[in-house]
Structures are given as structure tokens and as C-alpha cells.
Design a protein around this ligand. Sequence first.
Ligand code: FAD
Length: 312
Amino acid sequence: MGRRKRVAVVGAGIAGLTCARRLAEGGVEVRVFDKGRAVGGRMATRRQNGRQLDHGAQFFTARSESFRAVVSDWLAAGVVAEWTPEAPARFRSRARFVGRGMNRGLPELLARDLDVSLQTEVAPLPGGGELHDAEGMALGHFDHIVVTAPIAQTARLVAPLGLDALLTRASHAPCWAVLLELSSRPCREDVLLDHGPLAWMACDSSKPGRPPGETWVLHATPQWTRANLELAPAAVTERLVRAFGAAVGRAVEPSFAVAHRWRYAQVEQAVGQPCLHDPSRGVTIAGDGLLAPRIEAAWESGHGAAEHVLAG
Ligand SMILES: Cc1cc2nc3c(=O)[nH]c(=O)nc-3n(C[C@H](O)[C@H](O)[C@H](O)COP(=O)(O)OP(=O)(O)OC[C@H]3O[C@@H](n4cnc5c(N)ncnc54)[C@H](O)[C@@H]3O)c2cc1C
């Protein structure tokens, strides 16, 4: 019997984990590397001093039949749940799902039984299947490498192979997020949309299975974030909390507040195909930046990349 194919996946977000799971099911020996401290990438939950808030992706939808089938398995397993907040009508136009308990629960489930190395930043790919970390330490030799980082980071990783030219038109917008704990409810709604610098204001504790308390997540618009990208986190918090107060019609005084900057948040311009597969260089590029700013797109891209690698 021949040696099993060895594949490295860079990125343990939804795209990378979906790809790695499918490859492992297909009999491939797969290793996943991520520079972060936890799996999930932008499907993230921050835990601090007993508090817990989803500061990246807030929920996800399921548009395609194939993804709906996967989501029903996750619902049956109890790892995700439908979220039905008090929200504007346009928000309620389709079913929205969240991780039950916390959004990071879903990537944690996907990572189960996979060989994942965290806090391992991969360096630009030298070619020939070699992989090194940012300090130059060898991470192994692989038959194929799948890269699932946000577009700008992927472009840097594949630049030595000349593949960055395929990504020049794609991009992600940045997003300042502010996480809050309040002592009382600021308004009747659980979700407010589009008010001044804020694109999104949501009661995180209204999601299924969250700990008791009144926690909120604010996301600034891409325009406001770009204009204030280098502002100190304390100043961002102050300005966005004030804007939240204007949205709910009264001053908001949080008992806890912290800002988080996503340099690459939502896809602004996608590549326009599920993945870029280059068998001659032994590299496949995947991630939401290939398709759309959605968890579902990351899943579809990761799944598509795995099918290409399995096919040869
Ligand atoms: C603020 C915000 C709000 C959002 N809201 C929603 C929403 O409500 N609904 C929705 O469907 N989607 C939403 N999204 C988008 C959603 O989070 C993404 O589409 C999805 O999580 C992308 O998954 P991914 O696997 O493609 O990328 P990521 O989750 O970014 O995973 C890529 C991984 O690559 C790792 N990486 C990068 N470079 C390296 C390197 N050199 N070495 C090792 N590892 C590396 C990163 O650490 C990261 O973990 C939101 C995103 C943000 C930031």
C-alpha cells in the first residue's frame, strides 16, 4: 500500500477546519497550523474575567441546500441553535444560527480529532512543499498546502510562488468591535442596525445558552473603522459607546468595555470562485475571500478546496 498523502492547512477558521475534516475523512494525513491562540479565526468568542462575548461573526445563515444539510446535523448535535432576537423586520427575513453557548463552540467541534498546532505563524511559502514558521523553524514537508488566511495575508504567503497576482482585486474591510457589559437593558430590541458610525448593535446575552448578564457587541461601519483605524482602543470605546447611547436614546454607562480591531473583517471584493487550485505548485487557496463575507462561504470554499485536493 502506498504512503498516505500529507497535506498542510494554514488557518483554523471555518474554511481551514472544514477543509481539514474533509481531507481526513478522505484518508489524507492532515496537519493544521494557526497563528492564533484558539481555533475559529473570525468565528470568535472572547472570554475575559468570567465574561464571554462573540466579537467576530455574530450569526450565520444557510442559503444552499448542501450547507443547510450540514447545519441540520449541527442543530441535531446541539452545537448550534437558531437565534430569534427582537430585531428589525429585514433581519428576521431568514433563519439566523449561532453557536449554542458561544460561537467558538462550532469551530471547536470541527477541530475535534484533528492535528491542530496553534500559536504557529506560517512564513511565506518557499515552494517544493516545504513549510516553515515565522522564526524559520521547519514545520514539515507536504504533498500539498492549502492556505485559508484572509486575502491580504494569503497574498503575502503565496507571493514567493507568484500566486499573489491572482488575488490583487480581492479585499477585506476592517472593523472596530466594542464589547460591553451593562447593569440594565438599554432598549427593548436585541438587535439595532445602522446608526451613525455603528453598523451593528446586538445583545450577545440574548443568544441561546449564554451566561446570565446583559452583554452587547457593537460593530462600527467599514468607513468609520478606516477613518479611525489607528485610534487608541480607549478612544474607540468612548466614541462608539456614545454613538450607542444616541441610537438607544439615553446615555449608556457600561460596567465593562473593551475594543477589538479586526484588520480583515468582512469581504469587500471576492475572487469569485470557491478556491484557486494549483496542482503544479502544490498549493490551493481558499477562505471566505474567494466567495463572500459569510461563514457559509468559508465552509463552501474549504469544502471545495478539499474536493480538489482529494481529486489529485
Ligand atoms: C466583525 C465581524 C463580523 C462578522 N459577521 C458575520 C456574520 O454575522 N455572519 C457571517 O456569516 N459572517 C460574518 N463575518 C465573516 C465570517 O467571520 C467569515 O466569513 C469567516 O469566519 C471566515 O472564515 P475563514 O476560515 O475563511 O477565515 P478566518 O476565520 O479568518 O480564518 C483564517 C485563519 O488563518 C489564520 N492565519 C492567518 N495568517 C496565518 C499565518 N501566516 N500562519 C498561520 N495562521 C494564519 C488566522 O489566525 C485565522 O484563524 C464577520 C466577520 C467579522 C470579523
